[in-house]
Design a protein around this ligand. Structure first.
Ligand SMILES: Nc1ncnc2c1ncn2[C@@H]1O[C@H](COP(=O)(O)OP(=O)(O)OP(=O)(O)O)[C@@H](O)[C@H]1O
Ligand SMILES: [Mg+2]
Length: 483
């Protein structure tokens, strides 16, 4: 570094300005002898133009010159950004005392009174050149650091972005599965509907035409009974009911009791046997029962399609809410519990693998907040909780209303956070997860969003019980704290 500086010093370029040719020559001689590159200039005007054309590292400037004196030259140089940083050393006249205050005011860094001593000139020149070179080096370093900082910021932004995308990717896999299930149900129900029409359309008019008024009445009554079926039975219960029914049908001398028992259990008519057994014994009873069953299946398919579309719509709604672009500027009045439910809907698939979700929600008012950002908080905390317990355990979400704030607690039964790593977990890029599973930005993002809400976050953890508590101010009025 020192050697480097010496080298730069020797190569330094000095402009000497003096209208007195003897002085000018003398200064050039002294400086050239030391190895500096020297450019002599006889007047102020030339001094300004040469400095602009090729800025020197230092200027030795005589004060007393005709037309443009040294002070004026210095002022001009200092006003031009290109030459403003060049150090100027004034040289006083023989007889006039130098106006030191003015010399410094116009931007000079030093002065040398005449008659000058060679050694003094050289020391002062060397000092100011050294300062100048150091200054330049510092400036360069500063620019480099600034650039590096900018690059780091961009990289961090990109990482945060890719982190969000990675989290989204994981979610999408689960969501695709979630949407596929209702789609499968819809597809098979539509198959049933098609079969019904294919098999029955020709038969139906004849069937209804042939029904007696009493048969029509029975048809509608029994179909109506089956409408009221609402309990879903376990397969074990179904087997027990079927066994009992077969026995009863046998005692009532009804033929084909096994298949009839199946249909009656499906239709939920096992408790109505008393009422419908005369009908079953009638000549066309079984044939009518079969048609009732067909209509029942038709209705069931419609109900399944209804439930499945509602489920898919709910997932799509959650996805849209979650992915909505957060303007970041405007707070919106919104229900925090809705946000948590949205996130839970999206994690449905992962939760099904073995997580009991316990929700303790108090009634809370809507508050002014950044709902999309808060959804990211719930997403990260829930994701961490699920990962900590390896998707097996209990996830408890408590939402309570305190005096001036709302509190959300997310508790998992996972492995916990040790005291050693506790101070680190909110730091960006801190992760204990294998590469590809976590980038360590989740809690950093959470922290930023919490600050944006002037909220706070606390952690309590022992093995088997980790709770993240988020406390958010209850802003009920639009007058909200500035971000
Ligand atoms: N509920 C929790 N139980 C146990 N440890 C946790 C829990 N939440 C966070 N941690 C610890 O804190 C670390 C940092 O969490 P953070 O969410 O910032 O990053 P990550 O989950 O590792 O990665 P990313 O969120 O970027 O996918 C985790 O690696 C984990 O060690
Ligand atoms: Mg995380």
């Amino acid at each position: 570094m020192i050697e480097n500086q010496e080298l730069k010093l020797i190569k330094a370029n000095i402009l000497v300005v003096d209208d007195n040719p003897v002085n000018l020559r003398l200064l050039v001689q002294i400086l050239t002898a030391k190895g500096y590159k020297v450019r002599p200039v006889p007047n102020g005007k030339l001094a300004v133009s040469t400095s602009q054309a090729a800025p020197p590292d230092l200027i030795l400037l005589d004060i007393n010159m005709p037309n443009m004196d040294g002070y004026e030259v210095c002022q001009k140089l200092k006003h031009n950004p290109q030459t403003a940083d060049i150090p100027v050393i004034f040289i006083s006249a023989y007889n006039n005392a130098i106006d030191k205050v003015k010399a410094f005011e116009v931007g000079g860094v030093d002065y040398i009174p005449k008659p000058f001593q060679v050694e003094e000139v050289l020391v002062r020149v060397k000092n100011h050149l050294s300062i100048r070179i150091l200054q330049k080096t510092l400036q360069e370093k500063n620019t480099n650091l600034q650039q590096t900082l900018e690059e780091l910021k961009t990289t961090q932004e990109q990482l945060i972005q890719s982190e969000k995308m990675a989290a989204l990717g994981q979610l999408i896999a689960g969501i695709a599965h979630e949407i596929n299930t209702p789609l499968g149900a819809i597809r098979s129900s539509i198959g049933n509907l098609k079969d019904f029409f294919q098999n029955n359309l020709i038969k139906l008019p004849i069937f209804f035409r042939n029904l007696t008024p009493i048969e029509t009445e029975n048809f509608l009554k029994i179909l109506n009974f089956s409408n009221q079926k609402n309990q879903s039975l376990s397969s074990r219960e179904v087997r027990r009911l079927r066994r009992n029914l077969v026995a009863e049908l046998e005692t009532r001398n009804i033929s084909d009791c096994h298949s009839i028992a199946d249909v009656l259990v499906d239709l939920g008519l096992h408790q109505k046997l008393e009422q419908i057994s005369p009908f079953l014994k009638s000549e066309r009873g079984l044939n009518i029962l079969e048609q009732i069953y067909q209509f029942y299946t038709l209705r069931q398919s419609a109900t399944t399609i209804n439930i499945a579309t509602e489920k898919a719509a709910k997932i799509v709604f959650a996805l849209k809410t979650h992915a909505r672009y957060d303007s970041g500027e405007i707070q919106i009045k919104s229900d925090i519990i809705n946000g948590i439910e949205t996130v839970l809907t999206l994690y449905q698939n992962q939760l099904k693998q073995g997580v009991d979700v316990i929700k303790n929600y108090e009634q809370i008012p809507e508050i002014y907040c950044y709902p999309d950002s808060l959804n990211q908080v719930w997403t990260n905390l829930i994701h961490n909780a699920l990962q900590a317990m390896n998707y097996q355990g209990q996830l408890t979400i408590d939402v309570t209303k305190e005096k001036n704030h709302l509190q959300v607690k997310i508790t998992d039964t996972g492995k916990g956070i040790s005291q050693e790593i506790m101070p680190q977990i909110f730091k960006p890029f801190f992760t204990t997860k294998p590469a590809g599973e976590g980038s360590g930005l989740g809690l950093d993002i959470v922290n930023k969003i919490i600050n944006k809400h002037q909220a706070s976050i606390d952690v309590d953890s022992i093995p088997g019980k980790t709770t993240f508590t988020v406390t958010i101010p209850m802003n009920l009025e639009e007058e909200i704290p500035n971000v």
